[in-house]
Design a protein around this ligand. Structure first.
Ligand code: GLU
Length: 435
């Protein structure tokens, strides 16, 4: 029988990176097996569940490309079902009312055990875990079902075959298995996957940096890179391959190969990987993705030609790791005025011959009819020769004069893209540094 799995977020916060990984393992397993992947919203906590969080979880999953099967299932719409099941348990003497609440009679002695796909058989001796023998509240006095009850009713009714969820639920499972037995439901296969850890090996949290998928979207990560990165947190295709696209992941993903030790999250690694995916984009696509970041910075792109913009993007494609870095990287192309860092001045604007060189260079650029990279390079090189300056003596200081920075993309490309007006003005201004 084809597998049926589910991702069951509670809309009490934004989609956490760890939850996204849980969703991904469910998704990959379903697609690998040709099974079904459902999305169930566990919104029984009316106080803490918010529409804003629900919308964000749904849009983040869509953005990541984890399409689910069928309709969304909302627990808040299923209270009558849970009530009927609780009534049945009470009629059979397996549960009892306690005021407005309902409690399920838990086994009092012996062992509760279940099979876990990753951990093998997990067993709890009730003698050693007296809290597991306490009768389980399945309906609260406010009339809402508890998590452990609703989850069993739903997983059984939805025909879930594999419950793939975080390790943090291992202690809930022995509360759920007696319910399966009491209700005569077939137990699913459990698969508790290890949590994502921060670099200090404690559970990944805000202290370690961004935790919600939304923050990664805003910082300019690509969904393909996040999927690739998350898939390798606790799983590997069995070789050292690091860049794996979604189709290949679906083909290779094997739940049984998930590791049981916590996986350490590295934002550097994710950033590196994102850079690899940025390199693969076509220039028009990358340009479209970068536009909102320029707009946000106030670089009104409506007045800029698309052709120029695409050339600019081409110049920086190899240097972008997160899309949000682009306005900073390309700042000197947009701002009218640039600042020279002290370090740049003291390192590169020292040689007194540069004053004359900048004046001459400004005049040369001014005189050019064609302002393309090739022409600029040829003419600049012959000027350098005439001035008796080496490439190093001329280009590094000119770069500082034109960009304010000591590093930039290809120098002659940069001059060409800056355009004649900006280039000439900046060189004239730089000549004044020697005043
Ligand atoms: N709503 C639960 C959570 O967010 C789901 C746990 C489960 O998958 O059973 O952790």
């Amino acid at each position: 029988m084809a597998c049926r799995v589910r991702f069951a977020p509670s809309p009490t916060g934004y989609l956490h990176i760890g939850s996204a990984r849980t969703a991904l393992f469910n998704y990959l397993w379903a697609r690998h097996e040709g099974g079904k992947f459902f999305l169930r919203i566990e919104d029984t906590d009316k106080e803490r569940s918010k529409k804003e969080f629900l919308d964000e979880i749904v849009s983040s999953l869509k953005w990541l490309g984890m399409d689910w099967d069928g309709e969304l299932v909302f627990q808040s719409e299923r209270t009558a079902e849970y009530r009927a099941i609780a009534d049945r348990l009470m009629a059979e003497g397996k549960a009892y009312a306690e005021g407005q609440a309902v409690r399920f009679r838990m086994p009092k002695e012996g062992k509760v055990s279940f099979e876990d796909l990753l951990h093998g058989r997990i067993e709890f001796d009730l003698g050693q875990h007296p809290s597991l023998a306490e009768d389980l509240v399945i309906f609260k006095s406010d009339g809402s079902p508890t998590y452990n009850f609703a989850v069993v009713c739903d997983d059984a009714q939805m025909g879930i075959t594999h419950v793939i969820r975080g390790d943090d639920h291992i202690m809930n499972t022995p509360k759920q298995t007696p319910l399966y037995e009491a209700l005569g439901y077939q137990k699913p296969i459990f698969c508790h996957i290890p949590l994502i850890l921060g670099p200090d090996r404690s559970r990944m949290s805000k202290r370690h940096g961004a935790t919600s998928i939304r923050e990664y979207l805003e910082a300019g990560f690509l969904p393909e890179a996040i999927i690739n990165y998350l898939s390798l947190l606790g799983w590997s295709p069995g070789n050292n391959q690091e860049l794996i696209g979604k189709e290949e992941l679906i083909q290779k993903f094997d739940l049984k190969r998930v590791l049981t030790t916590g996986a350490v999250f590295s934002s550097e690694k994710l950033e590196w990987m994102n850079g690899q995916y940025v390199r693969k984009l076509t220039i028009p696509v990358l340009t479209d993705l970068l536009l909102p970041y320029l707009e946000k910075r106030g670089y009104g792109t409506a007045v800029i030609s698309r052709e120029w913009l695409e050339r600019l993007v081409m110049l920086f494609q190899e240097r972008i790791f997160r899309l949000a870095q682009f306005p900073d990287l390309a700042q000197f192309f947009f701002d009218e005025e640039i600042e020279y860092s002290e370090e740049a001045v003291s390192e590169f604007l020292k040689d007194p011959r540069l004053q004359n060189a900048f004046v001459k260079y400004a005049a040369l650029l001014e005189s050019l009819e064609v302002f393309d990279t090739k022409t600029i390079e040829e003419k600049s090189r012959s000027l350098m020769k005439d001035l008796g300056l080496t490439g190093k003596e001329f280009i590094h200081p000119s770069r500082v004069a034109l960009t304010g920075r000591t590093v930039s993309p290809g120098f002659f490309d940069t001059v060409s893209l800056l355009g004649k007006k900006k280039a000439v003005r900046r060189l004239q201004k730089a000549a004044k540094v020697f005043g």
